[in-house]
Design a protein. Structure first.
Ligand SMILES: Nc1ncnc2c1ncn2[C@@H]1O[C@H](COP(=O)(O)OP(=O)(O)OP(=O)(O)O)[C@@H](O)[C@H]1O
Ligand SMILES: [Mg+2]
Lengths: 419, 249
């Protein structure tokens, strides 16, 4: 345990009491109806110690990235480059920028009983603090890479990050989760955007195939601030990615797109809670998934528009392509609207490959396998195309492409066995 | 080039084609006319190999080979081309990507080298210009949001790029304005050669002014009920199909 301050100890303590008493959520809890977080025995995975031996190196997605490396939840590498005035990138120990940390940590995502965030708050040992000062545009993207390294025995870790962009500041955050072996990663990322601040946030969950991944991201948006996020999930055995956005200031804008590819017995859950409490806010969500084999996808999206949030424009859509008869999707988009002058919409579609389109492509000489691939890529393409940073887009698309090829490889062998 | 013998086919358990006999030698153009729902598009789908169109009897020889034993893409690679009555919108797949993939698939099957991006673009632009297909249509998603006429021109463009041996045009004329009809029909007609053959499905004899057929067949109730020369098309314009539908029923 790193040296901390008394108030941080208190935060740990309080959260620990709450999560110890309540334990992990189960499928009897409404919010966890579709995802059995305890199924793979994570409750008994021992806490990871400090990583031993040599550090992994991970090539940054963009050459100019300010990279931070966490190994089993512990911050190992900080960017060496000199940072512009007003920018802090450092360890979250409660001492550096103490006031700032105290003002936000555990506030964007409170440690509610029986939540994975509380478990994180009780147990996180180390973390990342990023601050972008008022009016500062940080041109170089911040890249946080969380690597899980489990040997013979499973282990658990709880990475924690706090990102504060003050009024009028702007930044880009790339977040990557990857690793090897059997581990439970339970991360919490709190983001506070000041008035008129903006953040582009690209997340790639490409965890080890044996990993259980839980991430809780909280975003607090002050007046006129903008958040544009992209969440790609390809990895892990079981994953739950939760996003909580609070549009608390007038005219805030929140946009989150998701793409995921499931194969084998993977379980991929995207859960979002978007709350509009102030007028004139705009939120957009588009999640698209491709599920093969016996994989299972979940989209739970709740958009809540409070009485004061007039002129809210909120939309969420989930679309899923099922490539196999055993693949399964649970979709539950919900709107809770308490204001009367709003524009809200939601939808959820689940389908399989368009046979007519497949025939059309084949009638032009394109073999069935390539034609399928073209259609699947096209299905996810309109989401991935929204990634503004070209190198990030290329890298994410490459990971997705590899996964789709993997899914195809299993299909071909299956077909072969059947035929 | 194409020999259809006693072809019976079902869709959703319902027999639509009830014994079609049709032989189209290389170098010839045959027109097929007939009332709505008589099975013209069904015939074109069966020839192209669409899933769900079940052949229950009969045979089709294409360039001496058993056409019905081949996969859809194999037929296309062997030069069979169907211009769809209703071209399919494919959101997310750009025209350039689609056309290049198709052209290279066909070239590979013919033992020709694949075209690289530059070579392909040059070719596609030239052909598109000839057919009055706007260059921006190549960048858009396949058929997505195209007008009816634009879709038909796009079918003609695909034909021009793939250089097929046997073409089935399923109502390629409908939806085209008068000028576009001329451009497209002349382009198709320029494809006529002693090594090629065509089956032109239409409701109007106007397209046959540009692509003059060697034979005209009337398809009614799932059978060819009459065969004649070019003049049969003109005659049908005034008489309609009443005589055949009674006969078929
Ligand atoms: N999937 C299907 N299920 C059931 N019936 C079908 C299906 N597809 C086609 N049919 C029927 O088969 C018959 C022939 O249809 P087809 O499209 O071949 O007619 P057509 O001669 O091309 O007509 P048109 O001139 O209107 O294009 C019609 O009665 C149609 O309703
Ligand atoms: Mg038809």
């Amino acid at each position: 345990m790193i040296d901390t301050t008394p108030w941080l100890d208190a935060l740990h303590q309080a959260a620990r009491v709450r999560s110890d008493a309540a334990g992990l959520p189960t499928r009897r809890d409404e919010a966890w109806k579709y995802t059995d977080i305890g199924a793979l025995g994570v409750a008994s995975f021992p806490l990871a110690g400090r990583p031993q031996g040599s550090l992994p190196t991970v090539a940054p997605l963009t050459t100019d990235a300010l990279q931070l490396l966490l190994v089993n939840g512990s911050l190992q590498v900080l960017p060496g480059a000199e940072l512009p005035a007003g920018v802090v990138i450092g360890r979250l120990d409660g001492k550096a920028s103490a006031e700032l940390v105290e003002a936000h940590l555990g506030k964007v995502i409170p440690a509610e009983a029986k939540s994975l965030a509380a478990l994180n708050s009780g147990l996180f040992d180390d973390g990342v603090l990023v601050r972008v000062g008022a009016g500062v545009t940080l041109e170089r993207p911040i890249e946080i890479v969380s690597v899980g390294q489990a040997g013979g025995d499973p282990l658990a870790f709880h990475p924690r990050c706090l990102l504060v962009i003050e009024d009028g500041g702007a930044a880009t955050l790339v977040e990557r989760h990857q690793g090897s072996g059997r581990y439970f990663s339970n991360s919490v990322l709190e983001i506070a955007l000041g008035a008129g601040a903006s953040l582009r946030h690209y997340t790639l969950q490409d965890e080890s195939p044996e990993a259980v991944h839980v991430a809780t991201t909280g975003i607090e948006l002050a007046a006129g601030s903008r958040y544009a996020g992209m969440l790609v999930q390809t990895g892990s055995r079981l994953s739950r990615h939760e996003t909580h956005a609070a549009l608390a200031g007038d005219g805030a804008s929140f946009e989150l797109d998701g793409a995921y590819v499931g194969a084998g017995k993977q379980h991929l859950d995207n859960t979002t809670f978007v709350t509009h409490t102030a007028p004139g806010g705009k939120s957009r969500q588009l999640f698209k998934g491709v599920l093969d084999d016996q994989s299972h996808g979940v989209f739970q999206g709740t958009v809540r528009v409070e009485r004061a949030a007039q002129k809210t424009d909120a939309h969420q859509l989930s679309k899923t392509l099922l490539l196999s008869e055993q693949a399964e999707m649970d979709g539950k988009p919900e709107l809770e609207i308490y204001a009367d002058d709003v524009k809200c919409g939601h939808g959820c579609t689940v389908g399989d490959i368009d046979e007519t389109a497949l025939f059309y492509l084949r009638a032009r000489g394109i073999d069935a396998e390539t034609a399928r691939q073209l259609l699947i890529e096209a299905f996810l393409g309109d989401v991935l195309e929204k990634i503004a940073a070209e190198p990030v887009r290329t890298a994410f698309a490459a990971v997705v492409g590899e996964c789709l090829k993997g899914a195809h490889a299993t299909r071909r062998t299956n077909d072969h066995h059947q035929g | 080039m194409l020999e259809i013998r006693n072809l019976h086919a079902c869709v959703d358990g319902r027999e639509i084609l009830k014994g079609i006999d049709l032989t189209i030698p290389a170098g010839e153009v045959h027109a097929v006319m007939g009332p709505n729902g008589s099975g013209k598009s069904t015939l074109s789908y069966v020839l192209a190999g669409r899933d769900g169109y079940k052949v229950t009897e009969g045979s089709v020889l294409y360039r001496g080979q058993d056409l019905l034993a081949m996969k859809t893409e194999e037929r296309a690679c062997l030069g069979l081309f169907l211009a769809f009555q209703n071209p399919v919108e494919i959101p997310g797949v750009t025209g350039v990507n689609f056309l290049k993939t198709a052209v290279n698939a066909v070239r590979r099957s013919r033992g020709q080298s694949e075209l690289d991006a530059m070579q392909f673009l040059k070719l596609a632009r030239r052909k598109a210009k000839e057919l009055g297909v706007g260059e921006e249509m190549l960048r858009r998603a396949v058929n997505t949001g195209f007008s009816g006429g634009e879709k038909k021109r796009y079918e003609a463009l695909q034909m021009a790029l793939l250089e097929p041996k046997f073409m089935i045009l399923d109502e390629t004329d409908s939806g085209l304005d008068i000028d576009a009809l001329r451009v497209v029909a002349e382009a198709v007609d320029s494809f006529r050669s002693p090594e090629r053959a065509m089956l032109v499905i239409t409701h109007y004899q106007r397209i046959l002014d540009y692509i003059v057929p060697d034979k005209v067949h009337v398809l009614a109730g799932g059978r060819i009920v009459q065969t004649g020369g070019k003049e049969l098309a003109v005659e049908l314009e005034s008489t309609g199909y009443a005589q055949f539908t009674e006969q078929a029923a």
